[in-house]
Design a protein around this ligand. Structure first.
Ligand SMILES: [Ca+2]
Ligand SMILES: [Ca+2]
Ligand SMILES: [Ca+2]
Ligand SMILES: [Ca+2]
Ligand SMILES: [Zn+2]
Length: 356
């Protein structure tokens, strides 16, 4: 399939000592998500059990015949960081990604998405290092490569990783967490299980390269560190990021949206940039609209809940859903979806990968 470990990517905090593991999702047909404690999140601890609950609830939604492995931790983090997630990424030829998505179709939404992947080098709006927006159709590296998380590759049937960890998720013990979402989220506390599910979905592939474009161009703190044409920036999910019918969008700002039919149907607005956009990381839905668990912020006292929109995105990036989340259901069904996310930007900083 031509994938390889890219040079500038940041990988996991590989830790040699695995003290234990357990399989969290045990329902028939459910996706097993194996958690390995790297400190502070062993079974029987509040954090360990809450991570396990999050993994079980995510795993129950998918039926891919693979196993996801995530290192977890809970404790004191340097610099006042509230949490950190790192996902192993691979730099894949876009044609190989398209081929894998075509083969992986199991749902109506998959069929629509696969029929709208296009062909040939990617053409998209993006930003130059100075922030200037331009239409990039010059067939360089960034027009031909897509970064895919290791867990996402497993879902696409490219499962050559054995029991290697797909990602690392560490939460700070300096946060006032509520570890039990099922009796409500206490005032002044954050939903540990909700945030953990959010981070797991990032590791499974819910992300956008615009988060990196925003960081490394314009007024982003990393501007100038990387050439745009000569690196990968696209993420798999960005194949469904549009600004207009037929017009793909890998630029900060604007009004990008999720679409599985080539940009014709808007199935949810995206955030547009922490530095150069609306103040939120682009690897999320637009904030404040109640679109799903993958909104960029979660307030105290609020419970994070996975919506059909979240599942539609996971479906078309390669996951096999245990419950259908096809496009027609989204048209009328979202009003009844439990959506509870707004407010303080707890999640900011958890997901960004710097190229270092
Ligand atoms: Ca509670
Ligand atoms: Ca280019
Ligand atoms: Ca699917
Ligand atoms: Ca799959
Ligand atoms: Zn996030």
């Amino acid at each position: 399939m031509g994938f390889e470990r890219p040079g500038p990517m940041r990988h996991l905090f590989w830790k040699s000592l695995v003290t234990w593991m357990w399989i969290s999702a045990v329902g028939a047909g459910a996706l097993p998500i194996v958690l390995r404690d790297q400190g502070g999140a062993a079974p029987g601890t509040q954090a360990g059990d809450a991570f396990a609950l999050a993994a079980a609830r995510v795993g129950a939604l998918f039926t891919d015949p693979v196993t996801v492995y995530i290192d977890i931790g809970y404790g004191t983090l340097a610099g006042g960081v509230l949490g950190e997630t790192n996902s192993n990424l691979y730099d894949v030829f876009v044609d190989d990604v398209r081929s894998a998505l075509v083969i992986d179709q199991t749902s109506f939404a998959d069929n629509i998405a696969a029929a709208n992947l296009g062909s040939g080098p990617l053409q998209m709006f993006t930003n130059a290092v100075n922030g200037a927006e331009y239409f990039d159709n010059n067939n360089t590296y960034n027009n031909n490569r897509v970064a895919v998380t290791q867990a996402n590759l497993r879902a696409l049937g490219i499962d050559v990783f054995g029991a290697a960890s797909d990602a690392s998720i560490t939460f700070s013990n300096a946060v006032n967490w509520d570890f039990n979402p099922d009796d409500g989220i206490a005032a002044g506390s954050y939903d540990f299980v909700g945030v953990a599910m959010h981070e797991i979905l990032h590791t499974m592939g819910f992300s956008s390269g615009v988060t990196d474009i925003d960081y490394y161009t314009g007024v982003g703190p990393g501007a100038g560190q990387y050439d745009i044409d000569g690196n990968y920036w696209y993420r798999l999910m960005d194949l469904y990021r549009y600004r207009a019918p037929g017009v793909r969008d890998l630029a900060f700002g604007g009004t990008p949206y999720f679409s599985i039919d080539g940009g014709t149907t808007n199935s949810g607005a995206y955030s547009t940039g922490e530095y150069n956009g609306d103040g939120q990381q682009p690897s999320h839905w637009k904030d404040g609209l109640g679109l799903g668990l993958m909104d960029p912020t979660l307030g105290t006292g609020e419970r994070g809940t996975i919506t059909a929109r979240d599942l539609l995105a996971m479906d078309v990036i390669g996951w096999d859903l245990a419950v259908a989340a096809d496009a027609p259901e989204l048209d009328g069904g979202l009003a009844t979806m439990p959506v509870t996310i707004a407010g303080l930007s707890l999640l900011i900083g958890l997901g960004r990968r710097r190229r270092s």
